[in-house]
Design a protein around this ligand. Sequence first.
Ligand SMILES: NC(=O)c1ccc[n+]([C@@H]2O[C@H](COP(=O)([O-])OP(=O)(O)OC[C@H]3O[C@@H](n4cnc5c(N)ncnc54)[C@H](OP(=O)(O)O)[C@@H]3O)[C@@H](O)[C@H]2O)c1
Length: 340
Amino acid sequence: MKQKQWVLAGRPTGAPSVDNFRLQEAPLPVLTTGKALVKTLYLGVAPVMLRYMRNETAFERPMQIGDVMAGRGVAQVIQSDCPDLPLGAIIQARLGWQEYALIDAAQYPKPFILPHTDLPLSYGISTLALSGFTALVGLREIGKLKPTDTILVSGAGGGVGSQVAMVAKALGAQSVVGIAGGPAKCQALLSKMAYDVAIDYKNDCLEERLDELFPSGIDVFFDNVGGPLLDLVLARLKRRARIVICGGISEYLLEDGDRYQYKNLQNLGRQDAKMEAFFVYDYEPYFSSYAEQLAAWIRAGIITPIEHISEGIETLPQALVDLYVGANFGVRMVHVGDVS
Ligand SMILES: NC(=O)c1ccc[n+]([C@@H]2O[C@H](COP(=O)([O-])OP(=O)(O)OC[C@H]3O[C@@H](n4cnc5c(N)ncnc54)[C@H](OP(=O)(O)O)[C@@H]3O)[C@@H](O)[C@H]2O)c1
């Protein structure tokens, strides 16, 4: 029996393109000692994958041209010689862009079993996995969110951003302002993603809108974008503000020498403020408690995952390309197969 898989055909020079990948057929892996054979159900895409393709992260193993593209997803264990990954379990793991994968419980990052299989299994890519955990870690552990804080979020219509206002409200926030590109996405922020005000960075004057909405400054900025936008916020901090550096997608396509030089960093000192980056995998020991908390909020109707799902493994390269042109609403993922 054969399976489909996407391999790296070339390295991107700027944004990823569909030509960077090649679809091929390969034999199904054969179960070996201590391993589990899993069937892919959903695969997620994320901006960081561009950096995997360029071998720019120490986190993902280096990829050669012709290797199966790295990626995480939800899968069903269909054969097992691994007690920690029992037959039939629905898991979240590093699978690669392929229909079947041979994995083991010790691989890093460690696979985890999804306990909430009464909820849609796609939530194992969105709220009950890394993008939901990232929103929670960023707001609670890094942002130290308080109910009285004024809150601003960039990249608000993306995978992580689409969940930040809902998680903030679950943590007691009263009002959250989001920044996204274009009227349709801004409308979705208000109607689907629990934002109270939306700023369209492609059409509004950002400085004017920030001054109007935050006359006495910003307490918490959850930043997915970086660059000049972050600099505008640095100039508008309240005393003891917290800037959560989740990501910096506006900088990912730039060469080292071209990256934005910040002019307002000294305002951190003036305002006794804090700016802190984080890596969600550093919080791995808490993933199951985060999933419990987020599942409880979903069941209570406080959080509704916003998922942008395309059909079929063939759509994976386009799903990744979408992230860099702002064509995703919420968590972008691909439905690859169904439970057997
Ligand atoms: N710290 C961690 O552990 C961690 C974990 C997960 C993700 N992240 C980071 O968090 C950020 C968001 O990740 P995500 O998965 O939720 O991705 P995402 O927000 O879904 O990424 C795509 C969105 O970014 C926006 N975008 C693209 N290019 C842009 C640019 N040049 N300037 C401004 N906005 C741009 C687009 O929205 P618009 O239409 O609004 O432009 C696009 O829809 C990324 O930077 C990612 O690397 C960090």
